[in-house]
Design a protein around this ligand. Sequence first.
Ligand SMILES: [Zn+2]
Length: 136
Amino acid sequence: MTRLSKMHRRVNRAVKGPDVSHSPVSEWRAARDHIQALEELEFSEEMKALKGKRAGNCNVTACQRPHAYFYNNVTNAYYCLDCAIDIRPSGLNCDPPFDLFPGFETQAEELRVALNYTPERMRKILPPKYRKLYPD
Ligand SMILES: [Zn+2]
């Protein structure tokens, strides 16, 4: 297993959260493993080097998924598509509104190229209000 895939396995374990489908003891163990996975993610040198960097991992500690292309000009860090979409309304809904991700549209296209997705596939992964970026 490569160093990178091992790291992404840890990311998935941390993001997925505890498996609470069994006994109280295994529930407790799953919760403990989850906390440990999050701590490992946060403090490992490899994750620190990639967190919040362009095309690195998402700046949200509990996320840290790869393909962070969305620049937040307040935190000065990069986020994954899903986190950028989650965070963006907090500025857009202010009075006056401000865009935390002013390069969103350009960066969505950078993500599409990086993932080698077709415009149709981008349409499918975006929430309805963003689908106008990739018209039929
Ligand atoms: Zn994220």
